[in-house]
Design a protein around this ligand. Structure first.
Ligand SMILES: C[S@@+](CC[C@H](N)C(=O)[O-])C[C@H]1O[C@@H](n2cnc3c(N)ncnc32)[C@H](O)[C@@H]1O
Length: 367
């Protein structure tokens, strides 16, 4: 059963069990929570703004395989009474002094994190106005945490990146509550090793993974991204597991070359094709997952430049009658008029916030 955050509220509490916190894009927290539960990774305790708290169910590094998470942390402490005054820095420092840093590092190692870190760094962020800045928070907790870990503290105040594979802590302050977490992996989970090439409009990988989940992939499915760019969505679909036949197509040859490089080692079929006239048979695709070129970064080209509605007609034509499409859309209301005219019904809409933009994930099915 999910426990509300209010039920576990206290002024300052240090947790030593395998309670973990996964952070993600605003709007896909529930999709991440489903991924955690469905994979048997843990029991979800709380879903909040960009975070999911869960109790990890066992040892092993699988927690670093989470696809919809930007990052995942061992829970260090939750601190209440963090107001806008500088006195809050002392409250945070006192909480940091009580964190069992070495125990949490040992736990991190059992979960697949790096061993014997040689330094400690902190990255802080907060919502709302404060009389202190992020570096004040980082330094307030960083020094006591490093003292407990017996390693040097690397402050980010001077703008110098911390050493690789150190002990990286994250502090998020939301209202009067701060959360201190120790990153499990050597770097953020959203930084995928396959993404050697990106281009304007390349989708954030955890968001691509969330789109794939909402399309409800299944073994044997034929999956298409007709505007695949550098291939993020098809590659995330391949990583979702299950034997699926995945096609990534794009109008731009350069994009397809980049997708082939990023997707090296996968069995994805990469095709140069216009989404306004797809080289695919009627009703031959089970799932379409895509972010079409409707945003401000990438204009529609080819047939879609003058006839954007062809995108929806082609999508409807190639989809199986029981098929499903998960599409990332800015200004969704405008585009869904065309989708409806093409014979698609909207089943789900979710607003997300990513890098200052607010597109919607829309799930559609043939009417
Ligand atoms: C928002 S980007 C998709 C980015 C992709 N998801 C990624 O992670 O790189 C939109 C893509 O649509 C492509 N595009 C534009 N017009 C197209 C058309 N008529 N047919 C197919 N693709 C088109 C662009 O080349 C671009 O790669």
């Amino acid at each position: 059963m999910r426990r509300s955050f209010a039920a576990s509220r206290c002024r300052s509490r240090v947790v030593t069990g395998a309670r973990l916190v996964a952070r993600t894009v605003r709007g896909i927290e529930s999709i991440l929570a489903d991924e955690i539960q469905a994979s048997g990774l843990g029991t979800v305790e709380h879903e909040g703004h960009r975070e999911v708290w869960f109790q990890h169910l066992g040892p092993g590094p699988r927690v670093l395989d989470l696809r919809c998470a930007d990052d995942v942390f061992v829970f260090g402490a939750v601190v209440h009474g963090v107001d806008r005054t500088k006195a809050s820095l002392r409250v945070l420092a006192a909480a940091a002094e009580a964190v069992p840093v070495r125990d949490l590092q040992a736990l991190r190692e059992t979960l697949g994190g790096p061993r014997q870190p040689m330094s400690l760094d902190v990255s802080a962020s907060f919502l709302g106005r404060r009389n202190f800045n992020r570096y004040d928070v980082e330094d307030a907790v960083g020094a006591p945490l490093a003292a407990r870990a017996d390693v040097p503290y690397h402050s980010r105040r001077a703008g110098v990146a911390p050493p690789h594979e150190g002990m990286s802590w994250r502090v998020t302050v939301d209202g009067d509550r701060a959360l201190l977490g120790l990153r499990i992996g050597p770097g953020p989970l959203h930084r995928r090793s396959y993404r050697r090439i990106t281009r304007a409009g390349s989708v954030h990988p955890p968001l691509a993974a969330a789109l794939v989940r909402l399309a409800e992939p299944f073994t044997g499915a034929r999956v298409l991204d007709p505007c695949c760019g550098v291939g993020t969505i098809p590659i995330e679909a391949a990583a979702a597991g299950g034997a699926m036949s995945i096609i990534g197509s794009d109008h731009d040859r350069v994009a397809i070359r980049a997708a082939k490089a990023n997707g090296e080692g996968t069995s994805i079929s990469w095709v140069t094709a216009d989404a306004g006239s797809l080289p695919l048979a009627h009703r031959s695709v089970d799932l379409v997952v895509t972010n079409p070129p409707w945003n401000r970064q990438v204009p529609p080209a080819g047939l879609l430049a003058d006839h954007p509605t062809r995108f929806w007609r082609e999508l409807r034509r190639v989809l199986q009658p029981q098929g499903r499409a998960a599409v990332l859309l800015p200004d969704a209301d405008d585009h869904l008029v065309d989708a409806t005219k093409a014979g698609l019904t909207t089943h789900d809409r979710r607003l997300v916030s990513v890098f200052g933009a607010h597109p919607e994930i829309v799930v559609l099915q043939p009417s």
